[in-house]
Design a binder for this molecule. Structure first.
Ligand code: ADP
Length: 543
């Protein structure tokens, strides 16, 4: 029988059309990069996004052309977000925390023809502008008053938008056209480009909004603390308008006080990496403040310590959803919502489940295998490589040529995990960070999460040090909490809870700070290099 249903290309412009038409007045409160807090709504975001599209087409932008966008989380960024993809161009989100060399590499590699940049970030672009091979125009996302003078010939966003009448239709195309590009942060080697399609973004956002994942509704007010340039912005710029949620955009002030102030603008639901929340919980403790409206928080990007989950839930009544994902997976892969098998457990057991990263929604398929590719049992114990496939998962990296998957679209996440009988996934390590001792694996994530439960510990990294007999031995590198002087023996005790004797860390090394990647994760690669430079030796080998 013939297909008798409508052709309705899944383009992301349909998401903003829906939000503007059916939830047009929903407020979007934004801390502007210029300073003041302003309020707009989905209708106005769409109106201005149309002007952005019209302006880009007027500047000669052609479908499929990549445009680099480097901006904080603001309402203006949302207008650019939909304006770029609505013009048929490809939205290439740029992380301002990358080094100049990395930015040059990815902008040239993606062949961005234009950049759109927040005015304070022109300072990041100005020093590298001469090395950008394909960029022809730079638009500074501000008004005339705040235009910087460090980039010659730059266009002023607000002046440019004011010249457009908005009498424009989104540029049409296939749902399989490229829609966005995001580079992995390149903890090993050069960053790799992941190219999302309109279809992958729409399908992923539908899955991510569903009740057992984000449960996004028009009654929510959502604040993404996670930057829109990190891993497809965790899809929040799609899921919020798709469901008619209100939004609060925190701007560039990422201090706990700055984030708290914006959360108090009626936010019910927020999202960020664990380090942000460690800082926030410290701030709440010091100031005695509590949340007036916040009820849910999604935490992912790296493992969320049990202490953070308990503090949010027990002290502030905010439910934690621990999630796992990757730039390569659009990004959401799993969330720790409760299945009925979990609902009946005790409170303590439920928190145990929340320290796992949860289970996948429809459109995400997972498996764990040994190194030979044999599937492993879901017993909650057996660790193996975690593989993923689905319509929101990378097939090939940009310009890499070869397939990034094997055996029917399976993508190797590079993570090591267990799965239990309810299909809850527990990430125990990244394969390159695994600590191997005497032929067994020691989970660096478990050890780190246990160590940060010590009140004197601000941050912890477990790392394997080469050992002639045991391959590697674990040590803990610790950053002390402000004004604290924790006892190393106490930290070892805490971090060894539930571990066998041979798994206990051999040493505690204190450092003033740990090296981080551009997405705020501890960079074990750099930490290993630092320890080598210090000529670090395990206690048993010291003279
Ligand atoms: P990058 O690889 O550039 O750092 P990604 O955000 O794509 O940036 O990182 C994805 C990786 O982050 C995953 O493969 C995994 O190792 C780690 N990760 C993400 N969420 C979690 C989590 N909840 N628990 C443990 N690790 C996580």
């Amino acid at each position: 029988m013939r297909d008798l249903m409508q052709d309705w290309e899944m383009r992301v412009s349909r998401i903003i059309d829906h939000a503007a038409k059916y939830h047009g007045n929903r407020p979007i409160t934004s801390r502007t990069v210029e300073g003041p807090i302003e309020t707009t709504n989905w209708r106005e975001v769409r109106d201005d996004a149309l002007k952005v599209s019209q302006g880009l087409v007027g500047l000669g932008v052609k479908p499929g052309e990549p445009i680099g966008v480097m901006a904080w989380n603001t309402a203006r960024h949302l207008k650019v977000w939909y304006g770029v993809s609505g013009s048929g161009a490809v939205l290439h989100t740029l992380n301002p925390r990358l080094s100049g060399d990395q930015l040059v590499y990815i902008i040239n590699h993606a062949e961005d023809t234009m950049l759109m940049v927040d005015f304070d970030l022109s300072a990041v672009i100005a020093p590298i502008v001469d090395r950008l091979e394909t960029v022809k125009k730079i638009i500074i996302m501000t008004d005339r008053e705040h235009m910087p003078d460090n980039i010659q010939g730059a266009i002023c966003f607000e002046d440019w938008i004011a010249e457009q009448d908005g009498d424009f239709d989104w540029v049409e195309g296939s749902e399989r056209d490229a829609c966005g590009i995001c580079y992995t942060s390149g903890t090993t080697g050069n960053p790799k480009g992941v190219v999302y399609t309109h279809r992958s973004n729409v399908l992923h956002a539908l899955a991510a909004s569903s009740p057992d994942v984000l449960n996004m509704t028009s009654r929510d007010t959502l604040m993404p603390v996670v930057p829109l340039f990190h891993a497809n912005g965790w899809s929040i710029a799609y899921t919020a308008p798709m469901n008619g949620a209100a939004m609060v955009m925190p701007g560039r002030d990422m201090t706990p006080a700055g984030i708290y102030e914006m959360l108090e603008h009626g936010v019910t639901f927020t999202a960020a990496v664990p380090t942000i929340w460690l800082g926030m919980l410290q701030y709440l403790k010091e100031t005695g403040k509590t949340f007036s409206t916040l009820s849910r928080v999604v935490i992912g990007g790296s493992s969320c310590p049990r202490a953070v989950i308990e503090a949010f839930q027990d002290n502030y009544g905010v439910r934690v959803f621990h999630a796992w994902g990757m730039t390569e997976t659009s990004p959401l892969g799993t969330t720790s919502s409760f299945k009925p098998e979990i609902e009946v457990l005790s409170d303590k057991e439920k928190v145990d489940v929340q320290t796992s990263v949860g289970h996948p929604p429809f459109s995400v398929d997972l498996r764990i295998t040994d190194d030979e590719g044999n599937e492993l049992e879901w017993d909650g114990q057996t660790q193996g490589r975690l593989w993923i496939r689905g319509p929101g998962v990378v097939k090939q990296y940009l310009k890499k040529g070869e397939d990034a998957t094997v055996g029917g679209n399976w993508f190797d996440t590079g993570d090591v995990a267990t799965m239990d009988e309810n299909a809850y996934v527990r990430i125990t390590d990244r394969s390159k960070d695994v600590i191997k001792s005497g032929g067994e694996w020691i989970s660096s994530i478990d050890m780190e999460n246990a160590a940060v439960a010590h009140p004197g510990v601000a941050e912890a990294a477990a790392i394997g040090i080469p050992h002639p007999k045991w391959d590697e031995r674990p040590i803990l590198v610790i950053v002390k909490a402000p004004d604290a002087d924790p006892d190393p023996a106490e930290i070892v005790e805490l971090a060894s809870e539930g571990l066998a004797k041979w798994q206990r860390p051999d040493d505690v090394v204190f450092m003033d700070e740990l090296p981080h990647t551009a997405t705020g994760k501890i960079s074990k690669l750099h930490l290993r290099q630092q320890l080598e430079k210090m000529d670090y030796k395990l206690p048993e080998f010291r003279g």
